[in-house]
Design a protein around this ligand. Structure first.
Ligand SMILES: Cc1ncc(COP(=O)(O)O)c(C=O)c1O
Length: 361
């Protein structure tokens, strides 16, 4: 068996140890005689898997008392509607900060449910290369919340500071950088993330929400997406994505065994430095993102001549380096360096890039 280095933005590479454990437990989980996939979500076996996953997530992220963790479905794109349906009704207005395609999409969807203002944007000619400084933000004190995307997966723009929003709750889309480094949960009203980058398979959406923000859903909110109903039912108002929750629990345990989020940060900084240092010295490849906002998780880069893109991808594939094609909206390449990507993977990518440049530069 040969495993590739998978740089896909998501669904993404998972820790091999987790996949091996899942394989071992596939037919018979802990002597239950069943696969996790076959268990009732209300049986004691799955309830213990669910509770352990939740408690490991709280421990890893340092989630304080007064917050609920919800394991939902519908993805982060679902939350683009579910967040406003649950939160905007308190004042009818919300502020959005736009730093890339994902936050722009979030703002557009939210506008179906109330008055949405763009409090700050770094869009310049359809491109995003930075995070607008806090001084540029024009915040509405009557907003029900302020939304930002902590890491723009397509553009490769990441926040390395927590926005200040006073008494207005801060909402973060952390789909592509959750668990990559410590975050101050207490400074957020709500954090959401699809699982398929740093937590597990697709199908699971994690929502961490401060309790006082629960219970304000608009009357049109479907019950399954009402945080109050899901919180009261321990995320089991409907059948939860049981297998995805099980794998996420294994990933959480694995991250804990490696030293938790501080260790993940050191690992992720070291990996990203290998690639950015190489890009900075190269005249053949480029990355236009401002240094202070360069994502540790998603590194877009462009070849000097886009006519070489296809040959670059083909050669990468031949070396077992996959998932490097940039998002169709921006072109070029993108290397996603989530927690489960090893430094050896990044070194192999840089070695290939150096060889490709020597051949075509
Ligand atoms: C930052 C961010 N937000 C939202 C999404 C959409 O997630 P989903 O497809 O799970 O709804 C993605 C997916 O790549 C993302 O990276």
């Amino acid at each position: 068996m040969t495993r590739v280095f998978n740089f896909s933005p998501g669904p993404a590479t998972l820790p091999e140890a987790v996949l091996r454990q899942a394989a071992e437990e596939m037919l018979d989980w802990h002597g239950s005689g069943m696969s996790v996939m076959e268990m009732s979500h209300r049986g004691k076996e799955f309830m213990s898997i669910h509770a352990e996953a939740e408690s490991l997530l709280c421990e890893l992220m340092g989630i304080p008392a007064g917050y609920k963790v919800l394991f939902l479905q519908g993805g982060a794109i679902g939350q683009n509607a579910i967040v406003p349906m649950n939160l905007i009704g308190r004042t009818g207005r919300a502020d959005y900060v736009v730093t890339g395609d994902w936050s722009k999409k979030s703002a557009k969807e939210a506008a179906h449910f109330g008055e949405v203002r763009i409090a700050a944007s770094s869009e310049e000619g359809g491109r995003y290369t930075r995070v607008p400084a806090q001084a540029e933000w024009q915040l509405d004190p009557k907003a029900a919340y302020v939304h930002y995307c902590a890491n723009e997966t397509i553009g490769g723009v990441e926040f390395f500071w927590t926005p200040q929003t006073g008494d207005v709750p801060l909402v973060a889309d952390m789909s592509s950088n959750i668990l990559s480094r410590p975050v101050d949960v207490a400074r957020h009203g709500l954090i959401y993330a699809g699982a398929q980058k740093n937590m597990g398979p697709s199908g699971l959406t994690v929502v961490i929400v401060r309790e006082d923000l629960i219970g304000h859903a608009m009357p049109i909110t479907p019950s399954v997406f009402d945080y109050k109903i899901q919180a009261a039912a321990d995320s089991m108002y409907n059948t939860p994505p049981t297998y995805a929750i099980y794998i996420a629990g294994l990933v959480f345990k694995h991250v804990k065994s490696l030293g938790g989020l501080a260790a993940m940060e050191a690992h992720n900084r070291a990996k990203a430095a290998v690639l950015y240092d190489f890009l900075d010295k190269s005249g053949f490849y480029s990355n236009p993102i401002q240094r202070e906002a360069r994502s540790l998780m998603n590194v877009p880069f462009w070849l000097k001549d886009a006519a070489l893109d296809a040959a670059f991808l083909q050669g990468a594939q031949a070396r077992g380096l996959v998932g490097l094609k940039g998002h169709r909206s921006v072109g070029g390449m993108r290397a996603s360096l989530y927690n489960a990507m090893s430094i050896e993977g990044v070194q192999a990518l840089v070695a290939y890039m150096r060889d490709f440049e020597a051949q075509h530069g």
